[in-house]
Ligand binder design. Structure first.
Ligand code: PBG
Length: 326
């Protein structure tokens, strides 16, 4: 590649003009998916203490959010329900007139072009906070599957474009694919949270969604942070079962996994820049320890550089607004 002084790599770093020309990883609004926490009630916007800038929003206000997403050209919205009514099997998550079906209708009627992705999992709807039903204190994989299918169907029926199972039960992608096909929704896509780790970085989300397990933890179903080869098995299985897209979650502490999944599988790969990753930057920036805006760009860029096609991130609005202004 040449030698100093003939070769000077600094030539291509001198000005923003030249840096922009040779930049390897780029960000665009359509690569950003914005998570929304849907709350009961009317005209409600409850700020989440642990996630500065993010609120739980009631269904009647979602049209506004959808129009903003449309105007900014975001890749999509990812919906989470935060209901009042929780029980042992998470039945409020399967109701055809539950929070998420109503949220989908509200978004689609305000901005039909906005892509709607829904999180499919029991933990937001169970009183014990686990992602499946319990039997003798343990999450029962196979008994959970039909409940996930029902939940996914209620979303598809309301017009969800993509359902995204995040529960980490074995076999759920196959069950959901079969359920959707049999019910007449062969076009509803599945984004599987294929490699989802048992992570401390979900901390702020658990306050946002009020879904922390009352007892125990999620290590019996979410992955061990030490394992990368196992992530590739998870992805292979989910693709075999019919997943259209796969996700790695969290993003920042798992960029090596994003890269390996990217290199190994020719399917769309998403990464979830989770609540803790967001809140750490916000908290440090609020104290003046780091430049929050620059840390956001660096974070999102690193996820793209690792090979993610799209990023689920609480920074989506801020980043897309900045991109529109630049
Ligand atoms: C629930 C779910 C979680 C997240 C997305 N879906 C939390 C968990 O598994 O405890 C975390 C998202 C975030 O931290 O931003 N299945």
């Amino acid at each position: 590649m040449g030698q100093f002084p003939k070769t000077r790599l600094r030539r291509l770093r001198r000005t923003e003009g030249i840096r922009r020309l040779v930049r390897e990883s780029r960000l665009a609004p359509e690569q950003l998916v914005y998570p929304i926490f849907v709350a009961p009630g009317r005209n409600a916007r409850q700020p989440i203490r642990s996630m500065p800038g993010i609120s739980r929003v009631s269904v009647d206000l979602l049209g506004e959010e959808a129009r903003i997403a449309e105007k900014l050209g975001l890749g999509g919205l990812l919906l989470f329900g935060v209901p009042d009514d929780k029980d042992a099997t998470g039945s409020s998550g399967r109701s055809p007139d539950g929070l998420i079906p109503r949220a989908i209708e509200s978004i689609k009627s305000a901005a039909p072009g906005v892509l709607v992705i829904t999180d499919v999992c029991l933990c937001d709807y169970t009183d014990h906070g686990h992602c499946g039903v319990l039997r003798n204190g343990e999450v029962d994989n196979d008994a959970t599957l039909p409940l996930l299918v029902e939940q996914a169907l209620s979303h598809a029926l309301a017009g969800a474009d993509v359902v995204a199972p995040s529960d980490m039960m074995d076999g759920r992608v196959a069950a959901i694919r079969q359920g959707l096909d049999e019910a007449g929704f062969p076009q509803t896509a599945i984004l599987s949270y294929a490699a989802k780790y048992a992570s401390a970085f979900y901390g702020p989300f658990r306050e946002a969604a009020q879904n922390a397990p009352k007892q125990g933890d999620r290590k019996g179903y979410q992955m061990d942070p030490a394992n990368a080869r196992e992530a590739l098995r998870e992805v292979a299985l989910d693709l075999d079962e019919g997943a259209d897209m796969v996700m790695v979650k969290p993003a920042i502490a798992y960029l090596d996994v994003v890269r390996q999944v990217r290199d190994r599988f020719d399917v769309p790969v998403l990464a979830y820049n989770v609540s803790g990753e967001y809140s750490m930057i916000q908290a440090a920036a609020a104290q003046g320890f780091i430049d929050g805006r620059r840390a956001m760009w660096e974070t999102l860029t690193s996820i793209r550089r690792a090979g993610a096609d799209a990023i689920v991130t609480y920074f989506a609005l801020e980043a897309a607004k900045a991109l529109a202004g630049s």
